[in-house]
Design a binder for this molecule. Structure first.
Ligand code: DQA
Length: 146
């Protein structure tokens, strides 16, 4: 199956960005680990990072035609702002898991609300890069069972 991993704004800076919150692992480290994990299970991974809302919306729209079976998404700051990205995920009806590196519930008040969580199959936060691996594991299990 094909799994799309979407990384939102500023996640290109992982490793150097607020390391006390987001850790020292880079985005390319995360993608490589996920790529290996998917390959080991015989699945195909696509990944995209963008700082632009429209680009993420278009990637979600395109996912339908690319035969994407599942989406793993860290919408980053768009988590708390983007009705457009939420609507795109609702429109394509591709199941998705929402991942956050940090525990958004232990931070500023505005991070407690997500435009995605009620549509997601599940939400993982606070476990750092491991959250992506757990999300991918759950996505693969979901795909294999459906
Ligand atoms: C984040 C949490 C968001 O609140 C923040 O805007 C991010 C990253 C996380 O992975 O912890 O950019 O999604």
């Amino acid at each position: 199956a094909t799994i799309l991993v979407l990384h939102g704004p500023n996640l290109n800076l992982l490793g150097e960005r607020e390391p006390e919150i987001y850790g020292s692992t880079t985005l390319s480290d995360i993608n490589q680990t996920l790529q290996q994990q998917a390959r080991d299970k015989g699945h195909h991974l696509l990944y995209v990072q963008s700082n632009a809302e429209y680009e993420l919306v278009e990637r979600v729209q395109d996912a339908r035609h690319e035969g994407v079976n599942f989406i793993l998404i860290n919408p980053a700051a768009f988590t708390h702002t983007s009705v457009a990205l939420r609507d795109a995920l609702a429109a394509v009806e591709i199941p998705f898991i929402e991942v956050h590196l940090s525990n958004v519930h232990a931070r500023e008040e505005f991070r407690k609300h997500s435009y995605f969580s009620d549509l997601a199959q599940g939400v993982i936060c606070g476990l750092g890069p491991q959250g992506y691996e757990l999300g991918l594991q759950a996505a693969i299990k979901y795909i294999e069972q459906s």
